[in-house]
Design a protein. Structure first.
Length: 123
């Protein structure tokens, strides 16, 4: 009876721990470079932080990025009982010019000095 209960709990944990993907698309053509990087979180994803400098990864702009728990990420999470929660972050660069996610330093200085107007609709 105890063996069945253990098997049931393990099977339930495997079925409940699923894969997921969060995508953000900027509407640009993703024909540029492709960058994939792992992120480490702990305690069911509550502890940890991962920051990427998208301007460095994609100087011409980002077409889309996604944060996902792949099958392997989920498997590692299940066998560590949620103590270790890996994630996979994928960034696809745009071909040609794309929207910059963060302004460069010269643009920020010009805005602070009042020499550069803000784009319409951002006031």
């Amino acid at each position: 009876m105890r063996k069945r209960r253990v098997i049931f709990v393990i099977a339930a944990a495997l079925m409940l721990g699923g894969c997921y993907t969060v995508r953000y698309t900027y509407g640009k053509n993703p024909d540029g470079a492709h960058h994939e990087e792992g992120a480490t979180f702990f305690l069911w994803g509550l502890v940890g932080e991962k920051m990427l400098n998208l301007d460095t990864i994609c100087p011409q702009g980002v077409a889309r990025w996604q944060n996902q728990a792949t099958f392997l990420d989920g498997f590692l999470s299940v066998i560590t009982l949620g103590i270790y929660e890996p994630r996979t972050i994928t960034v696809e660069c745009a071909a040609g010019r794309a929207y910059r996610l963060t302004p460069d330093e010269a643009t920020l200085l010009a805005q602070q000095a009042g020499n550069l107007e803000e784009p319409p609709g951002e006031r």
